[in-house]
Design a protein around this ligand. Sequence first.
Ligand SMILES: NC(=O)C[C@H](N)C(=O)O
Length: 460
Amino acid sequence: MALYEESVHKAFDRIKHSKLNAYITLDKEGALETAGKVDDGKVSGRLAGMTVAVKDCITTKGLLTTCGSKILSGYVPPFDAEVVARLRKEGAVITGKTNMDEFAMGTSTESSYYGPTKNPWDLTRVPGGSSGGSGAAVAGLECRMALGTDTGGSVRCPASFCGVVGIKPTYGLVSRYGVIAYANSLEQVGPMARNVSDAALLLDVIAGHDPKDSTSVPHDACYTDHLVEDVKGLTIGVPKEYFGEGTDKKVDNAVWSAIMKLDKLGADYKEVSLPHTKYALSAYYIIAMCEASSNLARFDGLRYGLRIGKDENWHTTFSRIRAEGFGEEVKRRIMLGTYALSEGYYGKYYLKALKVRTLIKQDFEKVFKGVDVLAAPTMPTTAFKIGEHADDPLSMYMADIDTVPVNLAGVPSISVPCGFAGKLPIGIQFIGGFFDEPKIIRTAHTYELNTDFQKLPEGF
Ligand SMILES: NC(=O)C[C@H](N)C(=O)O
């Protein structure tokens, strides 16, 4: 059997016996077809023959796309998202659609209608979210790389919990055309992979201007050119608000060891402050829920997706479909977002949150005048137990404390493994200024080359 076809068979064999529930939909037939064409020399490109899994909120022509929700049951898009079209153009072998928190709302992948995904390092724990299926599939060798989306940490959190690499690009760098929107002003599609080189390669393919997305920015760069081992003269800022209280001691220590390692390799570090960090979570959740309440108004089951009961008047049918089709967390956010946007509360919540967002952005702009990159924990803890936050949504929101400021500001960040607490991986994030992906990729790559935290979970 030819080389790439064989690698597809291997991946699908692993998936068949997997306990992870990383995928919602598989496309073995399509994957074998593309791999066969690569083997025959009919398809080529920078990702030729490489297996890539795609988060289920990114539309794929002819392939079920559910966003982890019952309301999109049976929805098969007639078009590809721009990022998917770019994958195909470069010869990628798309394995299938990965599990996720419903409409990307969550930090654990537990809110998926299709059941929770398990963490390959410990099956009793969550893989992080909302791109938990992508993180688990990469860590569990069920694909070589994957796409996720990061609205408030959804790529970096599962990267951290699953011991892989994840990038949240600068806002506007990657097209959102064909990405089912949760909170447009915050989200970006980002690569996930087992090492920085693969993540940079995937970013090369998906980044770049797309006239079909009005927020897409013309900006050319080759990220794989920056896979150099060199941090000499680089100044690393260590934001004091990201350490200490609320952060697991083991996470704190691992991140500090990473900073010391980079110092030894020739970088300098200094403590800095991002003083508005403490307001980031509230601002993020208000803005994200407001945008979600507006975005999700389009799901009425009348044109596509779930259709139940017999059709009655418009209002009854519409309400029944939405009541049945959306899960609890999605409903909570629609209601809270609608409330925050309503007359009398709009100024008090939504407008205020936007003002806080500006202050947070300014914090980053100021700090990057004195440092090249920032280093901080990606998550304040390692992967938590499935069900641990089930009855307390607020405690789940709190886990996003270190990731959401980056989305509010629009700057890029990369998460890489930096140690273990017991058998559970810990992640460090390197944050850059606008379009400073080359710098954070160089820092992460140099760090990765000088450490050995790129391990496979036991049994894989
Ligand atoms: N979508 C994300 O980036 C995840 C974030 N925890 C949220 O629920 O909004």
